[in-house]
Design a protein around this ligand. Structure first.
Ligand code: FES
Length: 150
């Protein structure tokens, strides 16, 4: 008897996805399986990196031009939800001013993802906290530069 490994893998993948669909929204699954903006910016204007109480670490780097976030990238060693959060959040802040990005709360991210199971809501908090840390880093680096110029 020969086993078609590809067919078996596809069937397994379909069944995992089917289970995941019962728990997660299509939006979460779409971002978790096809993440946008994954990686880091080598010469970023600001970088935030936070390890959450769950033990997972998220990093977000931003490039700012004319007071707007023109590019952002994220990395995570965490759960699939943290990938979806990083992907959605980096899309949400594209071309936003620093002030507008700071106004994004974890509930906004939660809404954009069409909700999450209760046990994964903290993943949105970690992502937003990390963005704020990246913005703090940008603000600090900028004020240091201005001090040097004086
Ligand atoms: Fe840690 Fe999702 S469980 S970020």
């Amino acid at each position: 008897m020969s086993i078609d490994i590809d067919k078996l893998a596809k069937r397994l993948e379909d069944s995992i996805l089917e289970d995941a669909r019962e728990v997660f929204s299509e939006t979460v699954l779409e971002h978790a399986y096809n993440p946008r903006n994954m990686g880091e910016i080598s010469d970023a204007d600001g970088v935030g990196k936070i390890t959450g109480t769950c033990g997972d670490t998220v990093q977000i780097s931003i490039r700012v031009e004319d007071g707007r976030i023109r590019e952002s990238r994220f990395l995570t060693d965490g759960c699939g939800t943290s990938i979806a959060c990083g992907s959605m959040l980096t899309e949400m802040i594209k071309d936003r001013t620093i002030e507008e990005a700071l106004m994004i709360k974890s509930n906004d991210l939660l809404r954009s993802l069409d909700g999450l199971p209760d046990e994964h809501v903290h993943c949105t908090v970690l992502a937003v906290d990390t963005l704020h840390a990246a913005i703090d880093d940008y603000t600090e680096l900028r004020s240091n530069k201005q001090t040097w110029v004086r």
